[in-house]
Design a protein around this ligand. Sequence first.
Ligand SMILES: O=C(O)CCC(=O)C(=O)O
Ligand SMILES: [Fe+2]
Length: 186
Amino acid sequence: MHEVELGLAKAISTTLGYEETYIEKEFKLEAGFDVATLNLYPPSLQSKGSTGLAEHTDPGFFVPLIQDVNGGLQVLSHKGNWITVNIPRNTIFIGIGDHLEILTNGKYKSHIHQVILDNNEVNRISMATLHGPSLDTFVAPAPGFINDSHPPTYRGMTYKESLELNGFDEIDVQSSLTQLQMPLSL
Ligand SMILES: O=C(O)CCC(=O)C(=O)O
Ligand SMILES: [Fe+2]
C-alpha cells in the first residue's frame, strides 16, 4: 500500500503543478501514521435505509476501503445529493482525507460520506485504512494555495494535535475538519 500511496502522492502533486515529491515531503510520508478501522454492519430488514455510520469525513491524506458485500456507502456530491458508491468485486475504493483538503486550502475535497443499511440481508464488513502524514507534521494551507481570493480556510496544527482534538475517534472526524476551519470574515 505504501507504493500506492507514493504513486498517488506523485500524481496529485503533478496535478497541482508541483514536483512529484511535493506531497511526499510535505506529509513526511516515509514516517506516515496509518490506522485501520474495521466496520461490521448487521443485516437490516427496513426497506427505507437506517444509518449504519453517520456522515463524516476521514482524517489524513487518503483512505483506501475494501468491503465484502457491495452497497451501503454513500458520498455527498457538491450539489448536496447522496450518491451510492458502487465498488465492484476485488476493487479498492480510494477516498481523500481531511489533511489533503487542509494542505491544498480546499482545492482537493475530503468527501463527506455515510453508510446506509438498506434492506440488506447479510452482514457487511468493510475495512478502511487511513494513511496520514507523520504525527509531527504541521499541516496548514500551503502558501501556493493562498491568495487574495483564497484566504487560508484552515488553521494549522500537527497531525497528532488534530487527531487528539478529535479524541483519536475516527468516526467523529467531521468535527475535526470543522474545528480547524477559520471563521469567515464577511
Ligand atoms: O463502511 C464503509 O463503507 C465506510 C467506512 C468508513 O467510512 C470509515 O471507516 O471511515
Ligand atoms: Fe469514513
